[in-house]
Design a protein around this ligand. Structure first.
Ligand SMILES: Cc1ncc(COP(=O)(O)O)c(C=O)c1O
Length: 385
């Protein structure tokens, strides 16, 4: 038998920590660029702020760790009161579980033989829950856990208006719950209704209205499931853009917000009370007249919805971000010269983090630790090796 996921996780963690160790003790703007910086003082304040806000809301917090892909931060969130975490992929769930996080929900469907086998294997030692929206997938999941000799909790995804995952009607929800409850190795626990289509709404009043409509849709499914004898212990929904709206709904038991820990230019303008804790450090590598170019293009900064900006000079808009270059048009007031360093706020934090091996963890302006990003990238990141 090969080594366990916990052993592989530990091996990757040790390798990354060793590879970046020489940065420990340096000041945040002295690092080799591009470098990913986590300001731990700010992240802690964000975690505390969310924990305080949630005390006055109905739902508990289950942070979405696809944003950070890091066990150390997840542990801080749990210590601050989160009930567990949720993940986008089976690999992230395996990492969280191997790293010691109890109660891990994969807030997505897991499809494909290798992934189901890995999930079934990990369910032997971890407390895992997975989302399903399809009877065939539920059958394959049941076969995988039966074969591995494990068991797994299941929640149904209900589409609440986003049009991505989730059964499309309450009738389908009831049928799928009946199906799941008959399958060996699976335990029906509840539902997920992620209102992702509301997160981008800049007008708060419109966001509130849309998010409430989405939860009413989820409520219909909850009623139909209850009438058919299916009690939902877990009703999981919400994100950073709606945490205080959906979190106040008495039907919702947990909120899946993730980006609040970093914030980025996308979320920073939508939800007040949180500050930017994640930056990318770059260097001016070209300067001609009013054009300056940094060494941190799209391979260094995620820009899914909005552009990255300079921390010290936020008013200069980027002309464009190319693969390895970030071009800015500046004027005589900008003192940056060849070789100067600058930190950038990412457009979108989750797709930025995914590009790096590790966070340079900064406290009081100095790197105090290296925290690995595992799995790096979209896949298993070496977990299957
Ligand atoms: C299923 C699910 N839940 C929750 C979130 C919320 O994430 P965030 O708080 O980062 O907006 C996302 C984001 O994509 C998601 O896909």
């Amino acid at each position: 038998m090969g080594q366990s996921f916990a052993e592989t996780y530990q091996e990757i963690e040790n390798r990354v920590r060793t590879a970046y160790h020489s940065a420990v003790g340096k000041r945040r703007r002295e690092l080799v660029t591009p470098a990913l910086i986590l300001d731990l003082d700010v992240a802690k304040r964000n975690i505390d702020f969310m924990a305080t806000r949630l005390k006055s809301l109905h739902a508990k917090l289950r942070p979405h760790i696809k944003v950070q892909k890091n066990v150390q931060l997840a542990k801080m969130q749990v210590e601050a009161g989160a009930i567990g975490v949720c993940t986008a992929t089976v690999w992230e769930a395996i990492v969280m579980s191997a790293g010691g996080i109890k109660d891990v929900l994969i807030a997505n469907e897991v499809v494909g033989k290798e992934k189901l086998e890995a999930l079934a294997q990990a369910a032997k030692s971890g407390d895992l829950t997975v989302t399903v929206d399809d009877a065939r997938n539920a059958g394959e999941l049941s076969s995988a856990v039966s074969k591995a000799g494990s068991k797994i909790d299941v929640i149904l995804e209900i589409d609440v208006g986003m049009g991505r995952g989730g059964v499309r009607s309450s009738d389908q929800a009831v049928k799928l719950a009946q199906n799941v409850s008959k399958l060996p190795g699976l335990t029906f626990r509840g539902v997920q209704g992620y209102e992702g289509h509301c997160m981008l709404e800049p007008d708060r009043e419109v966001r509130i209205r849309k998010a409430r409509q989405a939860m009413d849709h989820l409520g219909e499914a909850l009623n139909r499931l209850a009438e058919s004898g299916f009690k939902c212990d877990i009703v999981s929904a919400g994100g950073t853009g709606t945490y205080d709206i959906t979190g106040a709904d008495p039907r919702v038991t947990e909120i899946q917000a993730g980006s609040y820990v970093f914030m980025d230019n996308f979320h920073g303008n939508l939800v007040p009370g949180f500050s930017r804790s994640l930056t990318v450090l770059g260097t001016v590598v070209i300067k001609h007249g009013d054009t300056i170019v940094f060494d941190c293009g799209r391979k260094s900064i995620g820009l899914d919805f909005v552009q990255g900006t300079m921390v010290d000079y936020p008013s200069y808009a980027a002309r464009y971000f190319a693969e390895e270059h970030a071009l800015f048009d500046v004027d005589e007031k900008c003192p940056l010269n060849l070789g100067d360093r600058m930190e950038f706020i990412p457009g979108y934090a989750p797709s930025t983090v995914n590009l790096y091996d590790a966070y340079h963890v900064v406290e009081d302006g100095v790197v105090t630790d290296i925290w690995p990003i595992i799995p790096r990238g979209p896949g298993h990141g070496g977990l299957l090796s």
